[in-house]
Ligand binder design. Structure first.
Ligand SMILES: *Cc1c(COP(=O)(O)O)cnc(C)c1O
Length: 243
């Protein structure tokens, strides 16, 4: 980026992040939650390494990408230009089996283990490399056909199989709500939370991470128990209205 541009954009990003921290704080207050329970993941899929650096300079530490190749490209660029100390990148998008190896060892947390089949494939490759892959199970709570993920009933019937796999550690659940429908979003997020509660009771595992809430619906998500909001446009797109 040009120097003058980057200075201006840098100010935009730090203002956005600051505003988001207070909106997250307010949503937590409404729900009687501790703001430290909610992590802000900045989805950097639409911007380049320069913009990520600006967000890092503004204090942002957790980022998410939805394409394995782009994840690698950014990590390499950022490592070459000053290091990645304390910076974490997660994989949040659809994961194809032939891309799993690219993601293992790059992403700290895979949000999109969307079927038993995929969980098995991740586990197998992680075991072969002698690592433990941290994953979230993506659940299609709203039932929309366009969305991937376990159905809630599939999670209930397959959870024992998933958690018995070596090579992966299931840390929680992830979902996406229907666009532009606040009450459906709320139902989706509370459904995810209820499902996590049920699985916790059944398995004795914590299911502590609930990855839900994007630019249009993160406040609702936090009110319904999200511990990790994935925010893209509202952080990086100046045209996105923050109000
Ligand atoms: C792009 C993306 C986001 C961020 O969406 P915004 O509406 O830009 O905040 C979150 N989660 C996933 C899986 C995404 O692909």
């Amino acid at each position: 980026m040009e120097e003058y541009q980057s200075e201006r954009y840098s100010a935009v990003i730090s203002e956005r992040l600051e505003a988001l921290r207070s909106l997250l704080g307010e949503a937590c207050a409404r729900a009687g939650r501790d703001p430290r329970e909610v992590e802000l993941l900045a989805v950097s899929k639409t911007v380049g390494p320069d913009e990520v650096r600006l967000a890092m300079a503004a204090g942002q530490r957790v980022f998410g990408e939805n394409r394995p190749q782009e994840l690698k490209r950014k990590l390499t660029a950022l490592r070459d230009s000053g290091g990645l100390d304390g910076i974490r990148f997660d994989m949040i998008g659809n994961l194809q089996k032939n891309k799993i190896n690219q993601v293992l060892g790059s992403a700290e947390l895979i949000h999109s283990a969307s079927s038993l089949h995929l969980a098995q494939a991740i586990a197998k490759r992680a075991e072969a490399r002698g690592i433990l892959a941290r994953v979230l199970l993506e659940v299609n709570v709203s039932g929309e056909e366009s969305k991937s993920g376990f159905s809630p009933d599939e999670v209930r019937s397959q959870i024992e199989d998933v958690i018995s796999l070596g090579g992966i550690k299931v840390e929680g659940l992830m979902t996406m709500a229907p666009a532009h429908d606040a009450s459906e979003s709320r139902r989706t997020f509370s459904g995810l939370r209820d499902l996590a509660d049920e699985l916790r009771t059944r398995t004795g595992l914590p299911f502590g991470v609930l990855s839900c809430g994007m630019s249009d619906d993160f406040q609702i998500a936090v009110e319904e128990g999200s511990t990790l909001v994935r925010l893209g446009r509202i952080v990086f797109d100046e045209r996105y209205r923050l109000d």
